[in-house]
Design a protein around this ligand. Structure first.
Ligand code: GCU
Length: 624
């Protein structure tokens, strides 16, 4: 009997609540109740709200005491001891990192409790209700009305919890313990070259759906020649036999099918009149997926991406990726993580001003605004998981974390025409353990999505018998479609003039993509080209590097590091870096440096060299 009572009490405390489902749930185009805006917050570096003085978690106790912050308690008698009060605590804006909202939190790495009070969204008794998080960095322990919903780890991918039957009509308390501490077994691990922005950095929404709803779908152009589209729909809550109708009204497509017992239905149909999506013509089509009681509406582009030998083919025609690397940071207003679609649009607009047709979204999945705006604005995109530098390759939990982030990234963005590359790693040191870890990830990525290119930012070394021959050779490259690498000749590796003499050996019959090069410049600092940190130094480095890259066989594109200066705890030189990595071709305020115009002119010279409809968008303007 005791065991039963114990289990019931755990259930009551929510410790064994339903775990967050990791399967996609496309919410971006759904009508939802936003929980964005002001949340109350308590900074809790010793996690007093989570552990008792014997360091035992409160949420493992059958009846958590009012001292547990997730109970959101108030004094019930004049003598009751309660040592916190959300209503009297600080406020933080959601979405947003905490580092740039309160100077006391600029460097903070630890736990912050967030609390939002809300009334239940209107819904029918048969409806289901979820709370959906765009991303929380890094670990989130989530509680509703004092009961634990579950835990999510990973700072850049969406997750949700079902709260059906758990809501009060009014006065619900949603509490998160957000912990952005870094861990050696984390993904990313302890060391990165970007600021560890903590918090609920993307939107929080309540989603009401019927008992049977469209949880996911996939649409992709499977055959260019036949203009044949392959699609699938996944219903949640289906018993099998339910009818689902998939329509693309502008193309006169209306396909109907019954789902199987697992809720899935497949489709194959031809779209002879469809305009293919490309940077020069980012045509999106409305898609409607309807089942009794639920309709999901979205917009998708139809295109193909492939590698044939050393050629990169967009819609069957060679394309050159005129790229730029981008962090998900908007510091023009002193902020940190991109907070909304307007900031996302500004970053991509700056990329378009470079005459770019490609953005490398480094080093983690960016927010959904960015990939959806890339669809609209005609920018191809590379999306990556933060398997960065010295990951704990032999740790199975670390692998599972990386795989979960990969699945969540692909699950969210698999219908975005702009995304053409999934990247699995950045500058990871070659070892047997790392090769095993990444080959598992490659297999998982192929299983989740075989319609896109796989890559990773690898590294170069020099031939032992000739210091002027740079070699890109990595066991990982055998498994990838695009041989990508970062190189810093002129910055970390000799002077810019070294680029004039270096030759490259890249022994793969695959397209070659230079995922990073660059050097720092403080915007507004001028001197001669030999003076480090000046705009002239960076400008000279760009000119010589771009000329060197043009000599690489199979060179299919480049994404210089990086669009804008960004915060990093590694960049401490007073008066020059001041917590900023200055490799941007623009300052963090969006002021263009001389290198910006070198890159733009280089891309203007290459625009239209790529096929697939990749003509420079109207309004790109004449060359200078
Ligand atoms: C590396 C790394 C970047 C880093 C850059 C630099 O290549 O991929 O994340 O910011 O070099 O050192 O500036």
């Amino acid at each position: 009997m005791f065991v039963l009572c114990w289990l019931l009490s755990l259930w009551a405390a929510g410790a064994c609540a339903a775990p967050a489902s990791d399967a996609p749930m496309q919410v971006y185009t759904r009508a939802t109740q936003s929980l964005d805006g002001e949340w109350k917050a308590i900074v809790d570096p010793y996690e007093n709200g989570y552990y008792n003085y014997r360091y035992e978690p409160f949420d493992r106790q059958p009846e958590p005491p009012p001292g547990a912050f997730f109970t959101d308690s108030k004094m019930r008698t004049p003598s009751e001891l309660i040592e916190y009060d959300f209503d009297k605590s600080i406020s933080l804006q959601v979405p947003g990192d905490w580092n740039t909202q309160d100077p006391r939190l600029y460097y903070y790495e630890g736990s912050v409790w967030y609390r939002k009070k809300f009334d239940a969204p209107s819904h029918r008794p048969s409806d289901r209700v979820f709370v959906h998080f765009g991303a929380v960095n890094y670990r989130a322990d989530v509680y509703l009305n004092g009961r634990k919903l579950g835990v999510h780890e990973g700072g850049f991918t969406p997750f949700r919890f079902e709260v059906t039957g758990r809501l009060k009509d009014a006065g619900n308390s949603l509490v998160l313990k957000v912990d952005n501490k870094r861990h050696a077994d984390g993904v990313p691990t302890l060391n990165t070259d970007w600021w560890n922005y903590g918090g609920i950095t993307r939107s929080v929404e309540l989603v009401v759906v019927p008992a049977v709803f469209v949880r996911d779908y996939r649409l992709a152009l499977a055959s260019l020649e036949d203009r044949e589209v392959e699609g699938s729909v996944l219903l949640d809550g289906a018993q099998g036999g339910e009818r689902v109708v998939l329509s693309l009204p502008e193309l006169g497509i209306r396909e109907s099918a019954e789902v199987a017992a697992d809720g899935r239905a497949g489709f194959r149909f031809r779209v002879p009149g469809a305009h293919l999506w490309s940077p020069g013509n980012p045509r999106l089509y409305r898609v409607e997926i309807a089942t009794e009681g639920d309709t999901l509406v979205d917009r998708v582009g139809l295109r193909t991406i492939a590698a044939r030998g050393r050629q990169l083919l967009l819609n069957g025609e060679p394309v050159f990726l005129r790229g730029i690397s981008v962090h998900e940071e908007y510091s023009a207003d002193g902020g940190g993580r991109v907070r909304d679609a307007q900031q996302a649009r500004q970053l991509l607009q700056w990329a378009k001003e470079l005459d770019a047709n490609f953005v490398r979204l480094a080093h983690y999945p960016h927010n959904e605004h960015i990939v959806r705006l890339a669809d609209e604005m005609g920018l191809l995109a590379w999306s990556e998981i933060p398997v960065y530098w010295t990951i704990d390759w032999t740790n199975e939990a670390t692998y599972r974390n990386a795989q979960d982030q990969l699945a969540a990234m692909i699950g969210r963005d698999a219908n975005r025409a702009s995304v053409v590359v999934w990247s699995l790693a950045n500058e990871t040191p070659v070892s047997e353990a790392r090769n095993r870890f990444l080959s598992r990830l490659v297999a998982k990525a192929r299983a989740l999505d075989d319609t896109r290119l796989l890559s990773a930012a690898m590294e170069k070394h020099y031939r032992s018998d000739d210091p002027d021959v740079a070699v890109v050779e990595d066991p990982l490259a055998d498994l990838l479609d695009l041989v990508s690498f970062n190189q810093y000749i002129g910055w970390y590796d000799g002077p810019p003039e070294k680029a004039d003499r270096v030759r490259w050996e890249i022994p793969y019959d695959k397209p070659v993509f230079v995922s990073e090069f660059g050097g720092d410049a403080l915007q507004g600092l001028h001197g001669d080209a030999g003076q480090i940190w000046t705009e002239e130094f960076q400008e000279n480095l760009y000119r010589r590097t771009l000329a060197m890259l043009d000599r690489i066989e199979g060179y299919a594109g480049v994404s210089p590091w990086i669009l804008a200066d960004f915060r990093s705890p590694r960049r401490l030189l007073p008066g020059i870096q001041d917590d900023y990595n200055r490799k941007g071709v623009m300052s963090e305020k969006g002021v263009k440096k001389k290198a910006f115009f070198v890159l733009r002119d280089y891309y203007r010279g290459r625009a239209g060299q790529g096929g697939g409809g990749d003509v420079a968008a109207a309004g790109a303007g004449p060359p200078p």
